[in-house]
Design a protein around this ligand. Sequence first.
Ligand SMILES: [Zn+2]
Ligand SMILES: [Zn+2]
Length: 731
Amino acid sequence: MACATGNFFVEVLPFIGTYQGLIYRGIPGLQVGSMVKIQVRNRVCLGIVKTLKVHPTEVCCSYQTVLDVVFDKPVLTFELILLVEWLVRYYGCTLSTAFETILPAMIRQGKTYLPEYGLRIMRCAAIFRKNSVKQKAIYQWLQQRGDIAYNQAMRQFPKSSQAIQALIGKGYVEKFKVEPVHQVAPVMINQPFQLTDEQMRIVHSIRHNFSKKIHSTHVLLGVTGSGKTEIYHQLISYAQQLGLQTLYLVPEIALTEQALKKISLRLCLNEVKVEIWHSRLREKERLRIWENVLRGEIDVVLGTRSALFLPLCRLGLVIIDEEHEPAYKQSDTPRYHGRDLALRRALLNHSVCVLGSATPSLETWFNVQNGRYKLHRIVHRPYNRCLPKVHTVNMSFEKPNFEGAFVLSTLLREKLSDRLDRKEQSLLFLNRRGYAPLLRCDVCGKYATCPCCSAHLVYHRSQQIAKCHACERILPIPKVCPHCGGFFEKSRGLGTQRIEVCLQKLYPRARVLRLDADTISSNPDWYEQMLSQRYDILVGTQMIAKGLDFPKVTLVGLIQADGQLNVNDFRAAERTFQLLVQVGGRAGRASQIGEVVVQTFSPDAACIQLGVAGKVEDFLNQECRLRSRYGYPPYRHIIRQILRSHSENVLAYTCLQWDLFLRKNLQSEDIEILGPAVPPLSKVNNYYRQHALFFSQDVLGSLPHLMQLQQKFRWPINVTTTWDVDPVDFA
Ligand SMILES: [Zn+2]
Ligand SMILES: [Zn+2]
């Protein structure tokens, strides 16, 4: 090769809309994972060094030189760079999208972390001259507030940096560095803990894999409350003793705090350094954690799916709790699945991966069946806690009992009164927020729809509004039907608000808390309030079914167990089954025996019967057979293409042409096409939508092929397309 000695070439993954790395002439100080400035065409942009010392095939002088290194240390580990490439190939996104997903914004802007400062009073008897009004005001304000962030003081008293400086100079006020600390709530369970024999066996069998540093995946299948978390804690502690880091994923932000509290009961947080990571962190906090992780100072990262991108370099254990949760899937591009990407991460890092669930996903079960994952069953509940007693109520035999709606069955009402008398808590579950879901025209029978979506409007009584749950628009309640001039009336359907009102009528003295996407942000302390028995009955949507512990709840009511069953989705039975088992598990988790009342119009559906009986493996095996017969996931992957346009006609015409084009040019035996067709939500936010489903055994083989065809096809300017690999939502 004609390079001068000392010259070397590097491959850089640029933050631009491409899919592949570019070759540059290196400069001193580069490492794998370094963030660099490079020139692409006539623009300066950033990129990450993927490989040092590549041997270019073209003449060396045709390559440009890396312009600069942005940080003195690498910002990504080598395994993460490989993960970025996999993300790009598997989910069909560009490198710029991938890096936007992975790197905190402030890192991408080349910023480093600067600590925050606070102010506090140092001397109590301060004397102010007449002309230092501002100093006096700030001083008095600080006296009232105690320690306060410097920035907050600056917001309260704009242009006051000089005055604050003077206060500091006089020794009245001190400026100090704020060290972030976790707010760990007091201990909830006081019982000294000992693993059961069963738990011990599982811990030993998984621990065995750590020392070998070989990737292996383990599935913990255990009924709710069987102590999966205790096994996680033992494994975290063991990993830490070996100097290995843990990535601990939970599906919801609300669960991160709870998981942290539980860890703090078992492990000393002064010895095991834990950081929390989720999408609601401030940018500055992200930067701080990212840098701490890079320095190797963190033992455990506990967070939602985006935590899997943190640059843990000694990663030895990946825990994915409630692995079946659809919340692990990101709903915006690149639409990655947190579980699948975390599994890939564990593989790249040669780490041990533990998937936990009471109702494993079919994807996971498939891998258990073919021997790729090892299954560990937890059969016993610790302290011999009993499983709740389940009653199924066939709602066809009930009468509408509240404003013409089927709300509470006779049995559920009896059990509720019982619990109120005994001062025990109950939990009622319905998967739809709002009062009555729909507004219906009393003449033509049509439902009121959102002006920007094809979704029906939902009536919310407490605020007297109509809401679109597809685009979250809030509208005044429409009075007159645009089709016929008839009047809209509230339908007889059910929403969480209506249940709340019904309960208030039936039990005027009961303290009822409603919890759904509309109320959760206004009540951040609801979980503590539930634990301290400030409420008797909690009414909520699926968010209360997710992994939260309610030790004082002894009755769970599922208002419409079959609510999801009639949805046009091949996972409808799986979701219904999961819901039954998960929600049922919320009852009687501490010492008392719980009861579950399941209200349904289809008591004979297999998923409901198996769910009520808690026969998890029977359901999974049966569902596997069905999926295999029709070639649905996990037997094949689905690649969903969503096509959108402001113009319905242009979209319809384009879809026809695209369909013809595909059938003519797609020469892959492996790909089966369904559609393009109009999905259940044909319009969202003023965009008309269609979707096409591609069934394939091999995403990495099929997707590039489809994307090539997509690039060859001549799309009108006003039609956009998006890929969604392994979709969980078909609306
Ligand atoms: Zn009408
Ligand atoms: Zn809408």
